[in-house]
Unconditional design. Sequence first.
Length: 450
Amino acid sequence: MTLARELAERISTTSYDQLSRQALDYAKIGLLDTLGVGVAGSQDDAAVIARRTIAPPPGAALVWGTRGRATPLDAAFMNAIAANVLDFDDCTDNLGGHPSAPVLPALLALAEQLGARGRDVLIAYVVGFETETQLGRGVNFYHYEKGWHPTATLGVFGAGAACARLLALDVERTTCALSLCASMAAGIKSNLGSMGKPLHIGQASRSGLLAARLAAEGFTGNADALEHHQGFLELFNGPGNYSIERILEKWGTPWDIEMPGIAIKQYPCCLSTQSAVDLMLRLVREQNLRPDQVARVHSKTSSRRLDHTNRPQPRSALDAKLSIQYVLARALTDRCVALEHFEGDAYRNPAAKQAMELIHATAAEPDSPLPDMGAEISIALKDGRQLSGSIDYPIGHAPGKPLADESLVAKFTACTSRILPSEQREKIVNAVASFEEISDLRAFMALLEA
């Protein structure tokens, strides 16, 4: 039996009763967070350009945070760009990226067109999440370090699996959908820090939906498209650099969405900088530090994380989201890292640029006990004192320990307050809390209309 068919059997037979309470709770966390950052991201230049370029005709699916509607394929593309462009969307360990941004825009666009039930969307979301993360277990971190962008290259399979499950495709057609996803997987890390990054996610979401819709109509793909000697695994990772056994060794025991779970970002910047920001803010606030007291800041993160965040002179607002020097400078000067720090020319702020000159970022030593997601910071003060600290995970990222509900709602409010009125925001929060009770998703999606 081929890998795509093995996964397809699991995707197509998963039922609502198989989902644990914790998996459903995490799914609601991911849903609310993705909608919040997607509505906020709808105002970003990349999302605006995408809408202008697509010039969507009226269709069945809402373009989040606007009054526009589009075909489900176009809505998936535009909403996924919006959900990822701020680099504020959720993360999970095994994927090595952002699990919900490629999956939910496609799934919700399809669900809106179908008038699907909330419980069916939750099943499909958990299944899509599981598919992309189990693939991640088998190809990472070689895949990630080689330069592929897993949110896109693996996220397309998550989107395809979720849409296939919502369409109730049988095993054969779900297998075809996954095989087609293998031909549409794309995304290279050299485009991180540009609009090319969220473009990857828009394409992944659209392609996953397209693969499922084509398969539903009888469009075929080769069942061995993943493990074929010229297939996805060999071409993207190469011989000896992946494990089919790891991909298939578990399914829902527990669900990846519950363990390690969804990590919710508190800051709208790269995941690989979040620990350092948490630690810097702690030191600044505990010691009541001012920039004029600081002589030098030395941060250490893993080489895997520093490889794409060592950007001492960011070239744009998007580039600044991946600059550990910039985000630590903002933490020092502003005592926060917020959405407005990545708007327009904010990255050129004189005080922030001056503070960036104090930041020296290096990789942790190969034999360091520092975890992959951890950070160490030492601060030399002008009066001769030395401050230091370390952290293993960003707050809200430790496995099985979700961000507190009040923090999640506060983030949703911060993301959507400029676009949606308070009454509308409250209805969304309440509807997500009882999402399994929704009988027709169209009424829910209307709440995201500006």
